[in-house]
Design a protein around this ligand. Structure first.
Ligand SMILES: *Cc1c(COP(=O)(O)O)cnc(C)c1O
Length: 406
């Protein structure tokens, strides 16, 4: 059944249609002027020297990993509480993800855990590189993810990266427009990645962007997205191993149109979130998104927590009720380290990822998009409260049966 209130929905209007039509009529559907135009606008919106457009956020992350020379037998510190792409990009290059736990309030990679790992396990070799004493492998980078649009503690992460000589790739795919201590997400680290799938704050259908201040890094990414061609040389001159990760002009034009009204797209999401906050504050058995001092979240998704005594029992029951009421929702994120294909592919130096698993069991994304209206929000809240009541009644009766049987 198609949900009557979807989980997400893009906000595309006449300007988008006009820009895309202009490209279609121009005859230049790829490698035309729309891509560099979109890149220039995007770089200026974020506040970085370069923006390199690619065909997905995943491609953006992959090219950053390659541009930093991360390869087999390198380790990258990251979070298991994320969308799989932020870990897959490490595996593509046969490097090893080092999963450290998150902070329960922000859901972001914990700087304390990074400090604990680096101070206990890192040994500097003769070249000054950080070597993990347990594995003998080099720790090369930190890949923080701004989960649900909430910026990570970037001051702490950048300081640790500097102290231990590590690179930083920001996964800002969920954080377009977010700010950390007055600075835009995407302006930290060696490079940052954005994504434009239709559920994101702005869309190109499919698409992604790398932003960096480093000229050589940007040039390497431009070359790698286009089969390793040198920008200065002949069409079929391949300087390195590359990919076809190009964004078409059709997609780029859509992106340019979305960027024209990005402030309003972000404001609409912000006010939808405020509306949910107001209606869901204090509901029993529910935790609404937390505020973090010094950070401005960009609202990507509206994720509530439904804690259960046993794993994800209650959350899953609420999820089923909402879906059968025609309301789109998702257990978001399922922890990456629990995906069957990840077995043996990562290390978790401190064992269990406790906070990651708690979040993974409790988190529930409910319908959220810039055009969601008051009636839809009311309907979602009503169904959610009902589902919570039903689930807790069921839990109590199950507990009674267990007691009487015991
Ligand atoms: C959306 C997203 C990506 C990239 O996704 P694509 O579908 O490849 O554009 C990467 N990381 C996170 C955390 C995301 O939410």
């Amino acid at each position: 059944m198609k949900p009557s209130i979807p989980l997400s929905r893009p906000d595309v209007g006449d300007l988008e249609v006009q820009y895309v039509m202009d490209v279609l009529r121009s005859g230049m559907l790829s490698l035309g002027p729309s891509v560099p135009k979109f890149e220039t606008q995007f770089a200026s919106f974020i506040g970085r020297r370069h923006a390199v457009a690619v065909n997905s956020g995943t491609s953006a992350l992959h090219l950053c990993v390659r541009a930093l020379g991360i390869g087999p037998d390198d380790e990258v510190i990251t979070s298991s509480f994320s969308f799989v792409a932020s870990t897959n990009c490490i595996l593509y290059e046969r490097a090893v993800p080092v999963f450290l736990d998150i902070e329960p309030d922000s859901f972001n990679l914990s700087p304390e855990q990074i400090y604990r790992f680096l101070s206990q396990r890192c040994e500097h070799n003769s070249s000054g590189h950080c070597i993990n004493k347990d594995t003998g492998r080099r720790v090369k980078a930190i890949l923080p993810v701004h989960v649900f649009g909430m910026p990570c503690d970037m001051d702490a992460i950048e300081r640790l990266a500097q102290d231990y000589g590590l690179s930083v790739i920001e996964d800002a795919c969920e954080a377009l427009g977010a700010e950390y201590r007055g600075r835009r997400a995407g302006t930290f680290g060696d490079a940052a990645c954005f994504a434009f799938y239709p559920n994101k704050q702005m869309t190109t259908g499919e698409g992604g962007m790398i932003v960096t201040d480093d000229d050589a890094f940007a040039e390497a990414c431009r070359s790698m997205r286009n089969q390793g061609r040198n920008s200065a040389s002949e069409w079929l001159d391949h300087a390195r191993l590359g990919f076809n990760y190009r964004l078409s002009d059709i997609h780029a034009a859509l992106g340019s149109a979305q960027l024209q009204h990005i402030e309003s797209l972000l404001e609409k999401r912000q006010s939808a979130a405020a509306s949910y906050d107001e209606r869901l504050q204090g509901v029993r058995g529910l935790i609404t998104p937390r505020r973090i001092h010094g950070s401005k979240r960009s609202w990507f998704v509206y994720v509530v927590q439904v804690p259960s005594k046993n794993g994800s029992d209650i959350r899953d029951s609420v999820l089923r009720s909402l879906r059968s009421a025609g309301i789109g929702c998702q257990a978001y994120f399922p922890a990456i380290h629990r995906q069957p294909y990840m077995k043996g592919q990562f290390i978790a130096p401190f064992g269990a990822l406790k906070e990651t698993e708690i979040a993974s069991d409790a988190c529930l994304a409910i319908p959220f998009f810039s055009t969601i209206d008051a009636a839809q929000i009311t309907a979602v809240c009503h169904a959610l409260k009902q589902a919570l009541q039903d689930a807790s009644r069921d839990e109590h009766s199950t507990a009674r049966i267990a007691v009487s049987r015991g």
